[in-house]
Design a binder for this molecule. Structure first.
Ligand code: SF4
Ligand code: F3S
Length: 103
């Protein structure tokens, strides 16, 4: 599962599409965690898609990640600022790749 303390345990390496990138990153095999309030561990995401289907405010969009061992696309929390902290995405992700900091 995603480390809920990722922002203390990892280094922020920059941003992609306006979304924070928390390393380590070694593309294409290792992609790190993306987002801060809504965070997705790209190295766990298997592109199940439940988060995209269920989020009531459409926080997530697909981003292509060719060559990643788990899946060739990931759920990017592009609109994390719109999150209403319903926690649906956290509940439905089959691999516990999502952390929402509702505190
Ligand atoms: Fe969307 Fe709710 Fe997840 Fe926020 S907590 S990203 S509103 S599903
Ligand atoms: Fe990925 Fe989990 Fe969403 S596997 S696509 S973060 S439901």
């Amino acid at each position: 599962a995603i480390d809920p303390q990722f922002n203390e345990n990892r280094e922020k390496e920059g941003e992609e599409n306006g979304v924070a990138v928390w390393g380590p990153v070694d593309e294409p095999e290792e992609l790190g965690i993306r987002g801060t309030h809504v965070a997705v561990d790209y190295d766990l995401c298997i592109a199940d898609g439940a988060c995209l289907e269920d989020c009531p405010v459409d926080v997530f969009t697909w981003t292509d990640t060719p060559g990643h061992p788990e899946s060739d696309k990931k759920a990017e929390p592009t609109k994390e600022a719109q999150c209403i902290d319903c926690m649906l995405c956290v509940d439905v992700c089959p691999v516990d790749a999502i952390d929402v900091d509702a505190g």
